[in-house]
Ligand binder design. Sequence first.
Ligand SMILES: Cc1cc2nc3c(=O)[nH]c(=O)nc-3n(C[C@H](O)[C@H](O)[C@H](O)COP(=O)(O)O)c2cc1C
Length: 151
Amino acid sequence: MKIAIIYSSVTGNTKDLVEEISKECHKKFQHVDIFPIQQFTFSFLDFYDVIVIGTYTWGNGDIPKEMVPLFEELNKQERKRLVTGIAGTGDRFYPHFCGAVDRFKDLLHAKTNLAVTLKVELLLQETDKVKCKQFVELVWKRLEEQVLLKK
Ligand SMILES: Cc1cc2nc3c(=O)[nH]c(=O)nc-3n(C[C@H](O)[C@H](O)[C@H](O)COP(=O)(O)O)c2cc1C
């Protein structure tokens, strides 16, 4: 099974988060790729069984501008067999905590087989590492369910 993690991070919080998720993925998946958004090509989308998106939130609950093309690409067509997860960091100081995670969550729920959502406040803590493990377990479970349904 193949998984891609696509993310954007300016100050490193989201990078730490997706690296922890990636570490957990290596325990289950044969093939794990991690891409900063700038290195991801949309044609790769069809190569993977699972896509995990990692994003921070900008402005007033907004998706960072470098993530908008990915959002628009995923919005173009349904991919109901693509299992997805969305994870992100934000700051509760802002009125819409992790707004970008919520925007992607709604999209992925409508267009893909969304398995799990995770919001982390700023820098990853030890308690968040448990959540990263659970995140990957839920993704894996959803994949298994999908394989069973196909049979
Ligand atoms: C100008 C600005 C606007 C932000 N707006 C939000 C916001 O609306 N909601 C939120 O939860 N966090 C907001 N944040 C906080 C960032 O999303 C948070 O610091 C995040 O962890 C940064 O991720 P990174 O370290 O991966 O770049 C904002 C930060 C800045 C500097």
